[in-house]
Design a protein around this ligand. Structure first.
Ligand code: FDA
Length: 308
């Protein structure tokens, strides 16, 4: 299983496979399991439908690691359009942004300025920008940018971050973020990291996830617990019940197309659920990371392809 996971993560970084996949019609069809569509309008339509089912949404315009300043600004433009559309259509939605898509590898200053203008826009339209967390080479700079923007009184509360439970450093990062009042999305972590900085054993990642989720649920700030793992979800629910923490004080987050049954069950039980909806033509690395998380998805997707 670990071998398959590594193979899919390696495939997610393969440029040739990516070019072929993203351009082929079969590739697009395959990706539709986890991706809302290629255009903004597709994402907005899915967001409306998810809202109608009683869940909030976060929209992700797919793409990472741009290679020019122009591309970074083009990526940002899509998010500005999204924020306007969210406000116009009164969607219960925010946006999730990757800093490498905003030029982080070219210049942290460029990515920081773009994130600042998106956060200003989100603040003006009563929305919120979640900065996704990428590979560990970007952890510190991502934290620095989010903390700097959150420290601006005019942007306070309009930007949040993601913390990955597989990193050893995450508990101390969370303690600092909580002290500063920054909203956190906790996930297990989707990249391949060395044992020097990340728990190699899944059981240790899971224990750390439970430990960190208790810290978040117990804090007065509104956080998100991103997972499809029922054991993680049950642990958070029972911690909240034991400590008389109202379900309205935090939310569960799940990916579009993953465990829809569980999403609906949580809504019925009265929990807040947010669905992460990715869209766009650059779906390949995202799609491969989803296969890495659950290689059995390959069979599932192929079966559906044959059926349709
Ligand atoms: P785990 O992988 O242990 O899976 C538990 C169970 O959930 C599985 O047995 C299966 O039933 C189900 N499941 C999990 N993944 C599935 C899939 N792809 N298809 C079908 N079933 C699946 N990561 C990151 O590094 N940076 C980030 O910013 C984010 N952002 C983010 C947002 C949201 C809303 C979510 C839900 C996840 C992320 N992630 C992320 C990804 C995260 O780090 C992690 O890789 C996945 O959520 C899978 O981990 P689980 O917690 O679901 O548990």
């Amino acid at each position: 299983m670990a071998l398959l996971r590594s193979a899919f993560i390696a495939a997610s970084q393969n440029h040739l496979m990516r070019r072929f996949g993203e351009r082929s019609s079969v590739g697009r069809k395959l990706s539709s399991r986890f991706v809302a569509g290629m255009e903004i309008e597709d994402a907005l339509r899915v967001a409306e439908a998810v809202n109608r089912q009683g869940m909030s949404v976060t929209l992700d315009s797919l793409g990472e690691s741009v290679t020019s300043e122009t591309e970074a600004h083009q990526s940002a433009e899509i998010y500005h359009r999204l924020l306007d559309a969210i406000a116009e259509r009164k969607l219960n939605s925010n946006v999730s942004v990757k800093l490498t898509q905003m030029g982080l590898e070219l210049s942290p200053d460029l990515a920081g300025k773009i994130a600042e203008s998106l956060t200003q826009h989100a603040h003006a339209t009563n929305s919120f920008v979640r900065i996704d967390m990428e590979g560990s080479q970007f952890t510190q700079v991502t934290l620095d940018i989010v903390r700097r923007l959150h420290a601006q009184p005019a942007l306070r509360g309009s930007i949040g971050i993601v913390i990955q439970a597989y990193l050893y450093r995450s508990q101390s990062d969370i303690e600092q973020l909580l002290a500063e009042g920054i909203r956190v999305r906790l996930c297990k972590g989707a990249y391949k990291e060395p044992a020097e900085i990340a728990f190699p054993r899944k059981a240790d990642v899971d224990s750390n996830y439970v430990r960190l989720s208790c810290l978040l649920v117990d804090s007065p700030i509104y956080h998100g617990l991103a997972t499809h793992d029922e054991a993680m979800i049950e642990a958070a629910k029972s911690f909240a019940t034991q400590h008389k923490i109202d379900p309205s004080r935090f939310e569960f987050q799940m990916l579009f197309g993953v465990r829809r049954d569980l999403q609906r069950k949580l809504v019925r039980e009265g929990y807040n659920v947010r669905v992460y909806i990715p869209f766009g033509r650059e779906w390949y690395p995202y799609f491969m990371r989803r296969l890495a998380e659950r290689p059995a998805n390959v069979l599932f997707i192929l079966k559906n392809l044959v059926r349709s």
